[in-house]
Design a protein around this ligand. Structure first.
Ligand code: AMP
Length: 392
């Protein structure tokens, strides 16, 4: 089956085409458009290009997958019909760069490819089984009823880590559970497998995973939470918002703008929002950049350690996404001084693994440590294929 994965931003449309089947997983094409004003136009153009290259006619595309961020009252891997559109629009304010774009794209694909199944994989899906106490904020019930709770994001990436780490740790039983998670839900296993997944990139989160199922994650109600992000704040005391508004004379909109565009690595370092630039400035002696790096590492460690008690032990630690995959110095800083917990890097292995899969832990450590490159589009293609196979 040919599966088209559509990635929609407020002014962008990117796509990848996969051939998926039993034992078949192959990316056939990728492409994209920037400064998009009319999604219908670029979708038609992309489809014409795929047909011209002989890769897929419109009739051959069996399904289109959407990596939707979050929906009001809806999560999981689901057919993208009216209920998904309503859920996306219900939370348009929480994910303004993505939800309206996905709603528009899903509608357009419905008109342009009426024969293809549309499937949404919510970024919140991986956290469906986090216990209520791990999702509920200590706010009045009315806030909770308005949908204010911890949802978590980067679900596709952390699910990929859950599956791949189980394979790397020779736990095919758990890998199988992860593959079928959205179909069958969690399954008990006799011997636990506990993994910490550190998705560190332009946007970052840490997730604790037991037997392939998330026990909690650093991101909360919106992607403005958890670790400091490239230009977004991460965790912030809620008391700071009314105080900043009064003392700095900022409107609520301006507070939001500064917290979502001028904070995070950029805000602290004053150098930029790319870890490469921040690190280079830090190495060059820039004190603010040094502080930004230190703060980021500290927050990764704080969140990672918060799941250790919950998991009650650890077999695997995984680094993924742009920062986690490419920066041995960062992995070294995160793992520093944790020998007593069985977390010991092998300096040479760590130094040599950049942007590729590899084991970086020392042979003596009880926790196996890996780099696993993120591949969210493949996760989408897999989940969409599974979903459509179960529907047909
Ligand atoms: P992502 O959001 O996963 O694409 O990650 C983006 C972040 O990864 C940026 O902050 C970059 O600094 C970092 N990054 C990406 N590629 C590299 C690289 N080759 N070396 C060092 N850092 C990188």
């Amino acid at each position: 089956m040919k599966v088209l994965v559509a990635n929609l931003g407020s002014t962008s449309f990117k796509y990848r085409l996969f051939e998926m089947g039993e034992g078949v997983e192959c990316q056939l094409a990728e492409g994209g458009y920037e400064r998009v004003t009319d999604y219908g136009e670029v979708i038609r153009d992309a489809l014409a290009s795929l047909a011209e290259q002989g890769l897929a006619t419109e009739e051959e595309i069996g399904a289109v997958g959407f990596k939707t961020v979050l929906g009001r009252g809806l999560s999981g891997c689901v057919e993208a019909g009216e209920d998904v559109l309503e859920a996306l629009e219900g939370f348009a304010e929480v994910a303004p760069a993505h939800n309206p774009a996905y709603a528009a794209g899903i509608r357009q694909f419905g008109q342009i490819l009426p024969g293809a199944r549309r499937v949404a994989l919510f970024e919140t899906a991986f956290y469906q089984w986090v216990p209520e106490a791990g999702c509920r904020y200590a706010v009045p019930r009315a806030w909770c009823e308005a949908g204010i709770r911890r949802y978590g994001f980067h679900g596709a990436s952390h699910k990929f880590v859950a599956e791949r780490s189980a394979e790397l740790l020779d736990r095919e039983d758990v890998a199988g559970i992860v593959r079928e998670l959205y179909m069958n839900g969690p399954v008990d296993v006799a011997k636990p497998l506990r993994v910490l997944s550190c998705h560190l990139g332009g946007s970052s989160s840490v997730t604790g995973i037991r037997n392939g199922v998330a026990v909690g994650t650093s991101m909360g109600f919106s992607p403005q939470s958890g670790l400091p992000q490239n230009n977004r704040v991460g965790d912030l005391d809620s008391g700071a918002i009314p105080y900043a508004s009064k003392v700095l004379g900022l409107s609520l909109d301006e507070v939001e703008r500064q917290l979502t565009r001028e904070s995070g690595l950029l805000g602290v370092s004053g150098v930029g929002n790319d870890m490469r630039d921040v690190r280079a400035a830090a190495v060059g002696g820039n004190a603010e950049a040094q502080l930004a790096v230190e703060l980021f590492v500290r927050e990764v460690r704080r969140w990672a350690s918060s799941f250790l008690f919950e998991l009650g032990g650890l077999e695997g630690l995984v680094f993924t996404a742009g920062i986690g995959e490419n920066n041995p110095w960062l992995r070294e800083a995160v793992c520093a001084g944790l020998e007593e917990f069985g977390i010991v890097l092998d300096d040479e292995r760590n130094e040599n693994v950049r942007g590729e899969e590899g084991e970086i832990g020392a042979p003596g450590g009880s926790v196996r440590i890996f780099v696993v490159p993120a591949n969210e589009e493949l996760v989408l293609a897999r989940e969409v294929y599974r979903k459509v196979s179960s529907l047909n």
